[in-house]
Design a protein around this ligand. Structure first.
Ligand SMILES: Cc1ncc(COP(=O)(O)O)c(C=O)c1O
Length: 374
């Protein structure tokens, strides 16, 4: 077996989800709060666009970097935000996750260090390792809105990953932190990967991309996608915006691996970006109600959590080993949560609860949590 893949640990969350499925199969009243996907169906107009593309015969290979109509739509969205981007700066990928993989593969060399904030989304570390890089974990400062990144940069550092709003914290990083990272990146000649997949799911404060800052568009790889904003997880559609040279290298990987994202799915992506946007506002409003409901319940129960301003997760300190907590919570109360140990180095007593599930499920899960912790 490959040494590089041997370095990747099997996901700590797999046993929890396998057990959740087994219990649900036995007819137990399982509430799954471990999933990172909206529970809404993909909006109807987007589904219709895919259907139409299929009927119109859009079933052949497409250009490797994506159909021009979708690249146009992405460019327009980002130009409206003030970014000077053209077709040469964009690649459409089968999911944002593959864009992250390609971007790291295209830019990292053996031994290059990549800064990840602790805690971070579970797949960054494996992507760094697959690419031959090495992760340097940086703890957050109190309140989770800052981190002493400057103390962890060595001469091997090549990339800093920022994910705002973040999974699992829901933090929307303030301009002061982004500006600090910008200054470090420019000063030390680093790439910043800015994973903006939750940029539209913000309840408080304003989302800022690090690429907005002076000199950053030339050294940023912006990652975004359709899974979260448009409830399109299973469609597998994402994209990256980056300097032309990086896109060229990503394209080499894409054209020799997956070729391109599924043809008719790309047409659905055009409709998602250019069609009616009220579906997004509705989903975000519902996520906010659920977040408020959860924050109130957790306060009543007396558990500490990182107050989320975006995305759809609650990161909660349960004060004991997270893997053991999640297994017993599932076995005894039939609620599936993700252990904090999956997200980094310092959160072994925290769990992640996704509120991408109905209000009824949330109320019932919070009732069971209260019983469980007492
Ligand atoms: C922070 C973050 N980035 C990227 C992804 C991947 O999204 P996609 O479904 O587009 O691959 C996820 C999905 O959970 C995520 O939480």
């Amino acid at each position: 077996m490959s040494e590089r893949v041997r370095l990747i640990q099997p996901s700590a969350t797999l046993s929890i989800s396998a057990e959740a499925k087994r219990l649900a199969g036995e007819g137990k009243p399982v509430i799954n709060m471990s999933v990172g996907e909206p529970d809404f169906r993909t909006p109807e107009h987007i589904v219709r666009a895919a259907e139409k593309a299929l009927r119109d015969g859009k079933t052949f290979y497409t250009p490797a970097k994506g159909i021009p109509e979708l690249i146009d739509a992405i460019a327009r969205v980002y130009r409206e935000k003030g970014f000077e981007v053209g077709h040469e700066n964009i690649i459409v990928t089968p999911g944002a996750k593959y864009a992250i993989f390609e971007a790291m593969f295209a830019t990292l060399n053996e031994g290059d260090e990549v800064i990840l904030l602790d805690p971070s989304w579970v797949s960054y570390e494996p992507c760094v390792i697959f690419s031959g890089g090495k992760v340097v974990w940086v703890p957050h400062s109190e309140g989770f809105e800052d981190a002493p990144v400057e103390e962890y940069i060595t001469n091997k550092c090549r990339m800093i990953v920022i994910n705002s709003p973040s999974n699992p914290l829901g933090v929307v990083y303030p301009k002061s932190f982004l500006k600090k990272v910008r200054d470090l990146a420019v000063d030390k000649d680093l790439i910043v990967m800015s994973d903006e997949i939750y940029d539209r799911i913000v309840f408080e404060g304003k989302f800022h991309s690090i690429a907005e800052f002076d000199g950053m568009l030339e050294r940023s790889i912006i990652i975004n996608g359709f899974s979260k904003t448009y409830a399109m997880t299973g469609w597998r559609l994402g994209y990256a915006i980056a300097p032309e040279e990086i896109i060229k290298y990503m394209l080499r990987i894409q054209s020799h691996s997956v070729s391109h994202p599924t043809s008719f799915v790309q047409y659905a992506g055009v409709e998602a970006l250019t069609g009616e946007q009220s579906c997004v506002d509705k989903m975000v409003a519902e996520f906010k109600v659920r977040r408020d409901l959860m924050m109130k319940s957790l306060k009543d129960i007396g558990l500490d959590f990182a107050p989320p301003r975006g995305a759809f997760y609650m990161f909660v300190n349960v004060g004991r080993d997270s893997m053991e907590f999640c297994s017993s919570f599932l076995r005894e109360k039939y609620v599936a949560a993700t252990p904090g140990s999956a997200f980094g180095k310092s959160f072994n007593t925290w769990i992640r609860l996704s509120y991408a599930t109905s209000r009824e499920n949330i109320s019932e899960a919070m009732k069971r949590l209260a019983e469980f912790v007492s």
